[in-house]
Design a protein around this ligand. Structure first.
Ligand code: CP
Ligand code: NVA
Length: 303
């Protein structure tokens, strides 16, 4: 059966660990894996802007010996109204996998439903699971483990990053804390699904409006933009108490690591001194997109 990666809990805990172990091996031997040699093509579609995702998938597919085909909404027929199902039917005839950054999760689910080749979520409004794989790889490198590590996320608790930290972190057996203002708390369904997963992995989930409480004793602090792509303008004042500042860093463990998926807005959701400071791992995190996605594609295609 074709496996897709549309949300973080599409991988079981054991499968997630397998992908992350492969990502570490691929990082250590960057050009040593050629499962797409032939070369097989992978379609990489963008309905939204991207720098890291575009570059890491393009470079990664090429490094695996494959041929990346990058299409933008503005230059493909999908962007002119060709149906998702018809697009899937064409791409599956030519490509080994389809990677897509789009808006609603239902769009990528429709693509997967019509595709006999793996479909990978390169960010939707609801989830950013490839980013979380890279984040988990980064945390594993810094802390030597994932299970039992406490990660606190601050800001928009209802966006793709918050939802993916909940599902991906719980899958890894982490203690995930989300600190967000009322009205911007995680989707109930995702929150409860994360709680269910955490029960089986020894992790936990905590959602709070108290940023200081979330930061206290945490191993990892993370944040994201207050206004996601495609989102209507919001009153950013509600997020100010959730800015990742030096004060929050001081409440966390002394060896705390700081993550941000980027792009970052300095002195908005994160203080410049924190983003550019000694606890920040954001450049490793960005690089790990490459390794984690190469591992994911290999895992999906080689099973
Ligand atoms: N973090 C991330 O997905 O970056 P891009 O939007 O640049 O791809
Ligand atoms: N939440 C952000 C993540 C960008 C990588 C967005 O969707 O714009």
């Amino acid at each position: 059966m074709t496996r897709h990666f549309l949300r973080d809990d599409d991988l079981t805990p054991a499968e997630q660990a397998e992908v992350l172990a492969l990502a570490a091996r691929m990082k250590a031997d960057r050009y040593g894996f050629k499962p797409l040699a032939g070369p097989r093509s992978v379609a990489v579609l963008f309905d939204k802007h991207s720098t890291r995702t575009r570059v890491s998938f393009t470079a990664g597919i090429a490094e695996l010996g494959g041929n990346p085909l990058v299409l933008d909404a503005g230059s493909s027929q999908l962007g002119r109204g060709e149906s998702i199902a018809d697009t899937a039917r064409v791409l599956e005839r030519i490509c080994a996998a389809i990677v897509w950054r789009t808006f609603g999760q239902e769009r990528i689910e429709e693509m997967a439903g019509a595709s006999s080749v793996p479909v990978v979520n390169a960010l939707t409004d609801q989830f950013h699971p490839c980013q979380i794989l890279a984040d988990l790889q980064t945390i594993q490198e810094a802390k030597g483990k994932l299970a039992g590590v406490t990660l606190a996320y601050f800001g928009d608790g209802a966006n793709n990053m918050a939802h993916s930290y909940l599902l991906g972190g719980a899958t890894a057996g982490m203690h995930v804390r989300i600190a967000a203002p009322e009205g911007h708390l995680p989707d109930r369904g995702v929150w409860h699904r994360a709680e269910e997963i955490a029960k089986t992995t020894g992790g936990s989930v905590e959602v709070t409006t108290d940023a200081r409480q979330a930061a206290a004793g945490a191993d990892v602090l993370a944040t994201d933009t207050w206004v996601s792509m495609g989102q209507a303008e919001v009153d950013q004042a509600v997020y100010v108490p959730y800015a990742l500042t030096a004060e929050l860093v001081a409440l966390a463990r002394q060896d705390v690591s700081v993550l941000h998926c980027l792009p970052a807005y300095r002195d908005k959701e994160i203080a410049a001194s924190v983003l550019d400071g000694p606890h920040s791992l954001v450049w490793d995190e960005a690089e790990n997109r490459l390794h984690a996605q190469k591992a994911l594609l290999t895992w999906l295609l080689e099973r």
